[in-house]
Design a protein around this ligand. Structure first.
Ligand code: CTP
Ligand code: ZN
Length: 160
C-alpha cells in the first residue's frame, strides 16, 4: 500500500533505534550532541542507555544531532541550558514507544547556578558563597555580577 511504501523510506533513514520510555532531544545543532550529554551529566559511567546521532541529514536543519536517553526525563534547568546551545531543539517525551509530548526549547531570561563565569576575578568564582547568574542575550549570555559576555563557548561554562 501507499502507507507501506512511505514507511519503507523512513526505515532507510532511521539511524538510531527507537526508545521505549525516555526523552528524545531532536533537531540539535550539528556538532552539539556531546555538549548536550555534558549538560545532562551523562558520561556513560552509570550504565545510562543512550543513543547519539551526529550530523545526520535533516529537513529543518542542514545537519542535525539527535540524543535519545532511555528512562530519563529532563528538568527545567537542563532544558533551559540546552536551549542556549541547541536553540532549535525539540524535546520529545516517549512512553511505551509513543511520543506523548513534544515541545520546542525556549531560551529563559536568566540561568542561575548552572554555568560558571569564565572571569577569574568574578565574585561568583572567587570562593564566595554566591551562585552564578547570567542574563540570556540574543547571541550569548552575560554574567550578572561582572558583566562578562560569552557568545560562542557557552558549553564550556557548564558546571559538571
Ligand atoms: N523517537 C524515538 N523512539 C520512539 C518514538 C520516537 O526515538 N519510541 C524519535 C523519532 O525517531 C524522532 C523523534 O523521536 O527522531 C520524534 O518522533 P516523531 O514525533 O514521531 O517524529 P517526527 O514527526 O519526525 O518529529 P518532528 O516533527 O518533531 O520532526
Ligand atoms: Zn562574572
Amino acid at each position: 500500500s501507499d502507507d507501506h511504501d512511505h514507511h519503507d523510506g523512513d526505515e532507510h533513514e532511521l539511524r538510531v533505534s527507537k526508545i521505549r520510555n525516555g526523552t528524545v532531544i531532536d533537531h540539535v545543532r550539528g556538532g552539539q550532541a556531546l555538549n548536550v550529554l555534558a549538560i545532562l551529566g551523562i558520561d556513560g559511567s552509570e550504565g545510562e542507555e543512550v543513543s547519539v546521532g551526529m550530523n545526520v541529514p535533516s529537513d529543518r536543519l542542514a545537519r542535525k544531532d539527535i540524543v535519545k536517553v532511555e528512562g530519563r526525563e529532563l528538568s527545567q534547568d537542563e532544558v533551559d541550558v540546552l536551549s542556549l546551545i541547541a536553540p532549535d531543539a525539540t524535546i520529545n517525551i516517549v512512553r511505551e514507544y509513543e511520543v506523548i509530548e513534544k515541545h520546542r526549547v525556549e531560551p529563559p531570561e536568566i540561568v542561575a547556578g548552572v554555568l560558571s563565569c569564565p572571569n577569574a576575578g568574578c565574585i561568583t568564582t572567587s570562593g564566595e558563597p554566591v551562585d552564578s547568574r547570567f542574563e540570556v542575550l540574543e547571541d550569548g549570555v552575560r554574567c550578572d555580577y561582572c558583566g562578562t559576555i560569552v557568545r560562542d563557548e557557552i558549553a564550556a561554562l557548564i558546571d559538571t
